[in-house]
Design a binder for this molecule. Structure first.
Ligand code: NDP
Length: 417
């Protein structure tokens, strides 16, 4: 029997994703009886607080915090009597916030794995290293509970639980078929986004990681996929963070690939940025002081939250999974379609912030209600996907499952120049 538990949540980060997270917590105020929202400065949290009061009649508390400082977060957790922290600041803050959770004995949730500032490189090892300390303290850290990573991990776990004894092949497909009307903009934090998509590409095949050229390279692997509702879109092979944990946790997995849609205009901008050095992450001297070009670029690009007004079209994210049950092989496609304009009407945000901002709320709900329990550090595929997906569907992110055919093996081969 589950014990029904309600309590206090602290959301750190008040950007595009943090805003959705705060709205959804307020829409579930029977579970989240006290909601605190903190960010580096008070302007964004206060604007969100005002909107939440207007839309949902719920009063949330706002705070400033420097999430690079353990003492500041620890003090805020204590002051607010927080039980679960949702970290939707930036990946640079993950370890510091986990340290604060350990010090205060509260649960931790995030949507993106740790990245050091001076290296465009993300991996789970830094956070997995906290396992024994979280276990000893009797608290949970759930890593990467956005849409991808997050819901995609739960989709695979769900198909494995309901339809297969073993999963052989997975293709994760992420399409943003929306239009924001800007010549170039990223749908989440530009610095993190550009660091992610300019990386060397890897996919998993028969126990090995195979490297292929980055998406701006003319030899990059890509193909046209016909997305439900959104139609045909050019989809590029990319390395994405859920691949690391899925390759470890889905036993017997033979092939794992991640595809994301990019338009020619986006790729041209990326190529130019890279060629002139404005996306560099190392310091360069400017008028006698060091600046990091990508941080300057971030200041020039549109704030992802600001794209929401007038954004049209859909985001379609899902997984094509081939598995075996009682010796019989079959393929299923599980996916979600989210409409940008509908998200804007509901919470004033675009679909990418929405699809990333709702799942951590449901994860916090799973912990508070005692449905997800345990002590240690977890990735989403290690936890029960059934109640999670059910609650997600009730909160704006339903899924659909259809019979499908496996994607061809040779799609991941680099193109000839
Ligand atoms: P934004 O840049 O819009 O928001 C980040 C927020 O964190 C801002 O409010 C920012 O404050 C605050 N912040 C940054 N540094 C600190 C700090 N040191 N102390 C306190 N607050 C800080 O980013 P997004 O909302 O677009 O993305 C948030 C996170 O969500 C990112 O980690 C991103 O990778 C992740 N994400 C995950 C997805 C998934 O599906 N798994 C998809 C999309 C995003 P300020 O405005 O003052 O800088």
């Amino acid at each position: 029997m589950y014990i029904l538990y309600m309590g206090t949540v602290l959301i750190i980060g008040a950007g595009g994703v943090g805003s959705v997270t705060a709205h959804k917590c307020a829409m579930n105020s029977n579970v989240f009886t006290k909601i605190h929202l903190a960010s580096r400065t008070i302007t964004k949290p206060d604007a969100i607080k005002k909107d939440i009061r207007k839309r949902w009649g719920v009063n949330i508390q706002t705070h400033t915090v420097n999430a690079d400082k353990v003492q500041e977060i620890t003090a805020l957790i204590k002051k607010t009597n927080t039980e679960v922290v949702i970290n939707v600041a930036l990946p640079y803050q993950d370890l510091v916030i986990m340290d604060a959770c350990l010090k205060t004995g509260v649960h931790y949730i995030d949507t993106a794995n740790y990245e050091p500032r001076d290296e465009a490189h993300f991996e789970y090892s830094w956070q997995w290293a906290y396992r024994s300390r979280f276990k000893k303290k009797g608290i949970m850290a759930v890593l990467g509970v956005g849409f991808d990573p997050g819901v995609t991990n739960a989709y695979i776990a769900y198909l494995l639980k309901k339809y297969f004894d073993k999963v052989r092949f997975v293709d994760i497909l992420d399409a943003n078929a929306g239009s924001h009307g800007k010549s170039f903009a990223t749908n989440f934090n530009p610095e993190i986004n550009i660091r992610e998509v300019t990386q060397e590409v890897k996919h998993f095949n028969k126990g090995k990681w195979i490297k292929t050229p980055p998406i701006m390279d003319p030899r990059s692997a890509h193909f046209t996929f016909n997305y439900p509702v959104a139609g045909p879109k050019e989809s590029y092979l990319l390395f994405h963070e859920e691949m690391e944990s899925l390759a470890k946790n889905i036993l017997g997995l033979e092939r794992l690939r991640f595809w994301m849609t990019f338009g020619e205009n986006y790729l041209t901008h990326l190529r130019v940025m890279e060629s002139i050095g404005i996306s560099r992450i190392d310091p360069v001297m400017f008028e006698g002081r060091p600046i990091i070009p990508i941080q300057f670029l971030k200041a020039l690009l549109p704030d992802p939250a600001s794209l929401a007004t007038g954004y049209s079209g859909k985001a379609v994210i899902g997984c094509i999974v081939t598995g075996v049950k009682n010796g019989k092989e079959s393929t299923k496609y599980i996916y979600n379609v989210t409409d940008h304009a509908k998200c804007f009407r509901e919470v004033g945000s675009q679909a990418i912030s929405y699809t990333a901002g709702v799942p951590p709320v449901i994860a916090a709900m799973m912990i508070m209600k005692g449905i997800w329990k345990g002590a240690g550090v977890f990735n989403v595929e290690e936890l029960d996907p059934v109640p999670f997906l059910k609650e997600l569907a009730k909160n704006g992110l339903p899924y659909k499952i259809v019979n499908y055919k496996p994607l061809p093996a040779e799609l991941d081969l680099p193109r000839k120049k």
